[in-house]
Design a protein around this ligand. Sequence first.
Ligand code: HXC
Length: 260
Amino acid sequence: KEYEHILVSRPAEGVGLITLNRPKALNALSSPLFKELNEAAEELDKDESIGALVLTGSERAFAAGADIKEMKDKTFVDVYRNRFLEDWTKITALRKPIIAAVSGYALGGGCELALMCDIILASPTAVFGQPEINLGVIPGGGGTQRLVHAIGKSRTMELTLTGRNFSAVEAESWGVVSRVVSEGEGKVVEEAVKMAALIASKSQVAVQAGKEAVNAAYEMTLAEGLRFERRLFHGLFATQDQKEGMSAFAEKRKSTWNHS
Ligand code: HXC
C-alpha cells in the first residue's frame, strides 16, 4: 500500500519497517501522518508473517515533534471536542514488539513517540528533548509520565520545565535507550532491524507474553506483577513451543517454533 507520509517495507524475514517520511518538516507529526502510522502498524501487527516492527525517521530527524503549524490556531474547544492526541498512542497497544531507531532530533511528540516503543536504539547523533515549555505548553503524548518511569522525577522535572535537550550519551546513561549504536549512515536502523529479526525468530507466543509481562510492571504493584508474570509463565506450558523449546534443549538440537 502507498502512503503519503510514511514508508513501509520488510527489510528482513519477520520484520516490518515503518519510516516516517516528511523530510522537509523534519518528520513533524501531523494528524494525517499519525493516521497512516496507526494503520500501517496495525496491519503489520495483524500479519502472521511479521514478528517485530521497527520505527524510524531520517538521519536528521526521527521526528521534531507534533506539527506546530497544524496546532497553532486550534482552540480549546477544537482539541477537546475532537479528542486531539487521543489516537496518537495506538502503537502502545500493539501485541508485537516495536523498536524505535532514533537518529537526529527526537523532540516533543517525537521523543514521546520513541518512548511509546518497546525498545529504543539511538545513533550518536540522536538529540532528545521535551521543548514544549518553549511553546507555552507541556508534553501531551506521555512525556511527563513515561519519562518519570524511565529516568525519575528530578530529571523529568528539569527536562519538562527547562525544555533543554539531552544527548544520546545522556539517554544511554539514564536508561532511556537500550544502547547507542556506533557511528555510520543507516547503522541504527540496521541494528534495529537485526534486533527485530532476532526477536522475530523466537516463539511469537512467548515474545508476546514477555512483552505483556514487562508492560505489566508499569501498571501493577510488585506482588500483582509477580503473580501476573508467573501465571503467564504457567500458561506457556500449554503451548507447543514450550514443549519444542525444552525438548530441543534436552536433545541438543535447534528448536523450530510453530508459534502455537
Ligand atoms: C512543524 C516543523 C517542526 C515542527 C521543524 N519544522 N519542526 N514544522 N512542526 N515541530 C519545520 C521547520 O518549520 C522548517 O520548515 C523545517 O522543518 C526545517 O526546520 P528548521 O527549523 O529550519 O531546522 P533547524 O534550524 O535545523 O532546526 C531544527 C529544530 C527546529 C531544532 C528541530 O526545527 C525546532 O526547534 N523545531 C521544533 C521543535 C519543537 O518545539 N518540537 C515540539 C513540538 S510540540 P520550513 O518550511 O521553514 O523550511 C509537541 C507537542 C507534543 O511535540 C504533543 C503530543 C504528541
